[in-house]
Design a protein around this ligand. Sequence first.
Ligand code: PEP
Ligand code: CO
Length: 463
Amino acid sequence: MPNAWTKSGWRSKPRIQMPSYADDASVKAVQLELEKKPPLVFAGEVRRLKKALEDVADGKAFLLQGGDCAESFAEFNADSIRDTFRVLLQMAIILTYGAKSPVVKMGRIAGQFGKPRSSDSEVRDGVELPSYRGDIINDIEFSAEKRVHNPRRMLQAYSQSAATLNLLRAFSQGGYADIRRVHSWTLGFTEDGEAAKYRDLATRITDALDFMDAAGVSSDRIHSLQTVDFYTSHEALLLEYEESLCRIDSTSGMPIAGSGHFIWIGDRTRQPDGAHVEFCRGVQNPVGIKCGPSLRADDLKVLIEKLNPQNEPGRITLIGRFGAGKVADYLPDLIRAVKDEGSRVVWTCDPMHGNTIKSASGYKTRPFMKVLAEVTEFFDIHEAEGTYPGGVHFEMTGKDVTECTGGVSAVSDATLEDRYHTFCDPRLNASQALELAFLVAGEISDRVNKRKSENGRIRAVAV
Ligand code: PEP
Ligand code: CO
């Protein structure tokens, strides 16, 4: 059977962006340890997410995906997890309220450790060492010993992910995410324009809840207002790790990736005959495909056919990342290819990875205006093509970092150095993330209102 799949089948395919471990025996030993561990996510949760993404594909909900470019072992602590969770929750509230749409909430978290790199090695002062490939593979410190690809790091990534998920589950189900606390999520926030705007929105929401209570609806008894469904996602880059956490779902008898609810294939590793596509095609999780300028429409058709032969809605999310000013050059062809095939996919926009530049001060950065411009182009093109812009994918943190320039908090080239903490790509800080959420909510509601008034006019003419 040419299509038979096993969790190790990827090993016979071309592999790129993967570590070169010095000895197979220690990799095998780590894999055996990981195979004995419980999965990080469960099949029922994965199925629920797929159902939620089906609603996004059908235009009935919006996907918010965000978090670190690269999680790190050193920065791991409860406050950082809470800060990221909190800002995602705030963004989701802004979008739900502003766009009047249910929001599927997904972190780039609890597994986002492996990084593809443009070069295998890095040279500093004439010394050449292997590039940093994320904490699951080697250490960021520039020393020969620390840059060795060490399979034991997979165990640390697993336990950090397990602890992260434990906290996220507590936050989302244990009271922190209760809508009645919408005001308290601002605690510790700097007092800029966005915080004030958020507080205003929080007051309006609280008023609505008070009204419900007064009218006898008892908002404090409605489960969906007290808890949130929060999902995890990461790039499925390190296939030894993914393979070891692959489990069989006892209900369906089918394999699932136990490493996270949603996994995606990066723009550099989406070769239709490559190892990453081979692994992902066999697991039942929803799968993302990063779509950059080099993706040809024909290749996209092949990828979709391989990854979703049954055309299951909710299975495929296409994450465009073309760069501001370039979306119109690439996205329409991809949309038409997907339409030709009759595929039901989720379309989202990653306005980060096509907009990375080197600042005058030497830091890798992303101008806020470019990020926003790409999102607006994404909405415009879907409107022109009659398709649904289903979501956004951001690199962001709940902390007050200075990594992307612009926004109301006005980070400039000169202030990038103040709090530039990222291990990989520059992230939006909490204020920039909220600002973007308000702007996206505005884009969506403007378009919905425009459509409503057009429909109203059509009905009026028909009468
Ligand atoms: C990323 O999402 O961090 C990443 C490397 O993206 P891409 O594959 O789109 O370059
Ligand atoms: Co990145």
